[in-house]
Design a protein around this ligand. Structure first.
Ligand SMILES: Nc1ncnc2c1ncn2[C@@H]1O[C@H](COP(=O)(O)OP(=O)(O)OP(=O)(O)O)[C@@H](O)[C@H]1O
Ligand SMILES: [Mg+2]
Length: 414
């Protein structure tokens, strides 16, 4: 294992806390070399409700990954999910004194600085999580992705900015740091999941990723090749389970088992079978129709999709996403969920599994690992940026703090 290229992702979800140790080889490929996972505790819908329980679950997850990899972890990259995430798009221009200036990374940094100066996050009780370049426009005309080395008399940079509510961010940082771990960087959950499941051509066509987990549904919209919008709705598979528990008066565990064993997303596939269940506190089993179970699941999943669809419609993205929808997260394993989503969104839908890695695929080649693998890929891509673009010097909140420093920090602690 090349020590200087180890990165660790900590996916703090509502149902599970996963630690993935990734090794980036000389040719830039990601290999998973450590895996740890424990049931989550103390976090609901992306909100920390019992800090000590979260801290102890994180520690257990990290311990498990350390045991597998045979090494100690000092610092992690963590995800942020929940309704407290916000985003906006913004642009800035720099005009040069000459008609023909060759663009350098210093010019891009200047654009980034102008954007950062405009943001006064702490005044609004916010913390900046990402400032992501979408594209650059040279001389008001040419749209380019990487302008370094090109000539222009002026350059405009368009950026996608992700912010988190300051206290939510601070609470998350604290529960991780209380384990003794350092947080090297945060990645917004919608962006992490999209990073591991999307193809570049889908981003070009315009596409929506929906990561439906136990407590949150994370949405990312890509247009013209870059990220355009993110949102984390406080809804997910736990509500499907609770609906089953209420309707059939069974325990939460029994409801979850029923969902996993007999669940499906569309009533058309329900069988005429009956299933025996044990109601809460009852000694005698009662019978429920498979149709009723699937009907309960379909109703809640439809509602989740309708929430996402209203948002897309309201923002005018529905017609801009020709690539359709990618579903990921644990709930994307529900049989026939693709068909339900196609019916509601009236567009192509596919199930997104994480790609662009090797190792531990028996454990992680499933939609519920889109986030953790995406976090490793996101960090890998940031490291691959030339240091001048990656390291942002003059901000008082570490935006592009990664670059070389991430690797060095990890090297010194792993
Ligand atoms: N085969 C399946 N059928 C239906 N639901 C499933 C299936 N497999 C997993 N799920 C559901 O997926 C959810 C867990 O997904 P995931 O692991 O992505 O969530 P998480 O990352 O812990 O939570 P979140 O991201 O919302 O905080 C649970 O609600 C679980 O019941
Ligand atoms: Mg998740």
């Amino acid at each position: 294992m090349g020590k200087e290229s180890i990165i660790v992702a900590l996916d703090i979800g509502t149902s599970k806390i996963t630690t993935l140790i990734g090794d980036i080889d000389d040719s830039g490929e990601l290999h998973i070399v450590g895996f740890g996972e424990v049931p989550s505790a103390g976090i609901e819908k992306g909100v920390i409700v019992q800090p000590n329980a979260v801290t102890s679950a994180i520690r257990k997850s990290v311990d498990a990954a350390e045991n597998v990899a045979g090494s100690k972890i000092g610092g992690v990259i963590a995800n942020i999910s929940g309704a407290h995430l916000e985003c906006r798009n913004d642009a800035e221009k720099v005009e040069f004194n000459t008609n023909q200036k060759q663009i350098t990374s210093a010019d891009l940094n200047q654009l980034m600085e102008k954007i950062s100066e405009k943001l006064q996050p702490h005044k609004d009780n916010l913390e900046v999580i990402h400032i992501l370049p979408q594209k650059y426009i040279l001389d008001d005309e040419d749209e380019v992705i990487d302008p370094i080395g090109l000539f222009a008399s002026k350059i405009e940079g368009r950026f996608h900015i992700v912010l988190d509510r300051l206290n939510a961010y601070t609470n998350l940082r604290k529960v991780i740091e209380n384990t003794g771990l350092r947080v090297l960087d945060f990645v917004a959950n919608p962006i992490a999941s999209a990073t591991s499941v999307l193809y570049p051509e889908e981003k070009e066509m315009g596409i929506v990723v929906l990561d439906i987990g136990a407590g949150t549904t994370d949405m990312a919209v890509y247009k013209d090749g870059s990220i355009e919008y993110i949102r984390s709705f406080p809804v997910g598979g736990n509500q499907v389970t609770m609906d089953i528990a209420h309707r059939f008066k069974v325990s939460r565990e029994e409801a979850e088992n029923l969902k996993l064993e007999y669940g499906a997303a569309v009533v058309e596939v329900a069988t005429g079978d009956v299933i025996e269940v044990y109601p809460r506190g009852g000694e005698e089993p009662v019978q429920i129709d498979h149709y009723e179970l699937v009907d309960t699941i379909e109703a809640r999943l439809s509602e989740i999709f309708e929430i996402a669809k209203s948002e897309l419609d309201a923002l005018g993205y529905t017609s801009a996403v020709n690539g359709g929808i990618v579903l990921t997260g644990g709930v994307a394993n529900t049989p026939y969920i693709k068909e339900l989503a196609e019916n509601i969104f009236q567009t192509d839908v596919r199930i997104g599994k994480p790609k662009n890695y090797t190792g531990f695929s028996d454990k992680v080649a499933f939609p519920q690992y889109a986030t953790s693998i995406g976090m490793l890929l996101f960090a890998k891509n940031k490291i691959a940026l030339p240091p001048a673009t990656a390291v942002h010097n003059s901000s008082n909140f570490d935006i592009f703090k990664i670059g070389k420093s991430l690797i060095e920090k990890i090297k010194s602690i792993f």
